[in-house]
Write a protein that binds this ligand. Structure first.
Ligand SMILES: Cc1ncc(COP(=O)(O)O)c(C=O)c1O
Length: 271
């Protein structure tokens, strides 16, 4: 498969990855692969394009949105996480989902704790929405990147933090948190009464012996305070497949907090 890639045709690609690369440079700065999407993904997209690109018939009939049950089934099958498809919502991309959740669950001035280094758009979203950023650095030690629960506790104890934006598996370190570490996080967020926004968009790229554990699957208490954001863009290599429409079949947000707020998106939310 690797040998099928041809540098001269890659260099002619119009996407941001290759079109901005200087001649002779191999761009590796953005999270997308050079392999084409899997044949099953290509076939499904082609069928959709050829059959019907009209407005879907789901308005007022959310139970007919096929993505929600498919997402719940996939989570059950892959991670043993059983969730109700009812509160699953679709967004154009992860950052849009994050913005929607921050908008309904926090106010300007509220604190948002986030592991750093971080996916840069998350930093821009938090500060651009006038929420206070509480960076919690991952620390590089002999055994690899270490999650610093004590530092997180300190940041949270400073007060005013409403949200923990958890990125697990973590980009850019690649760290996958173990159950014990996730349980330590769950205990902290319970103690500080936080909403957890859990970006799990890299979960399909976890390899044995590591295992992805959805934060919301830890316990019913964790699930009740968690909004999970996930996306097909990484594992299925379809990052540009986003349509500016709420029916876009990409990232999903499971278990809104509380469910009604996400749907109604009140301009002056108080959670
Ligand atoms: C941690 C993290 N979350 C979200 C995204 C964006 O995902 P999407 O393009 O599916 O919205 C990225 C992209 O690199 C990322 O690294």
């Amino acid at each position: 498969m690797f040998d099928d890639l041809d540098l001269s045709s890659l260099a002619r690609r119009p996407g941001v990855k290759w079109s901005r690369a200087e001649p002779g440079v191999l761009p590796a700065w953005i999270a997308e692969m050079d392999f084409p999407p899997a044949p099953a993904v290509q076939e499904a997209l082609m069928r959709w394009v050829q059959e019907d690109l009209g407005y879907p018939s789901w308005d007022g009939r959310p139970e007919q949105i096929p993505l929600r049950a498919a997402f719940a089934e996939r989570m059950r099958e892959r991670h043993g996480w059983v969730l109700d498809p009812g509160p699953v919502r679709e967004f154009t991309d992860i950052n849009q989902g994050l913005q929607a959740v921050l908008r309904v669950a926090t106010r300007p001035g509220d604190g948002v704790a986030l592991h750093t280094p971080a996916y840069p758009p998350f930093l821009e979203t938090v500060t651009g929405m006038e929420r206070r950023l509480h960076p919690v650095p991952y620390v590089l030690q002999d055994e690899g990147w270490v999650f610093d629960a004590e530092r997180l506790d300190q940041e949270l104890a400073d007060g005013g933090c409403r949200v923990l934006l958890l990125v697990n598996p973590h980009n850019p370190t690649g760290r996958v948190l173990r159950r014990q570490e996730l349980e330590a996080v769950a205990e902290l967020v319970r103690r500080h009464d936080l909403l957890v926004i859990s970006d799990e968009s890299h979960s399909d790229l976890v390899h044995s012996p590591h295992r992805h554990i959805p934060f919301a699957s830890l316990s019913s208490e964790a699930a009740a305070r968690t909004v999970t954001l996930t996306s097909a863009s990484k594992a299925f290599n379809v990052p540009g497949y986003a349509a500016p429409s709420r029916t876009s079949a990409r990232p999903m947000c499971a278990r809104p907090f509380p469910a009604r707020r996400i749907c109604t998106a009140s301009p002056t939310p108080s959670v």
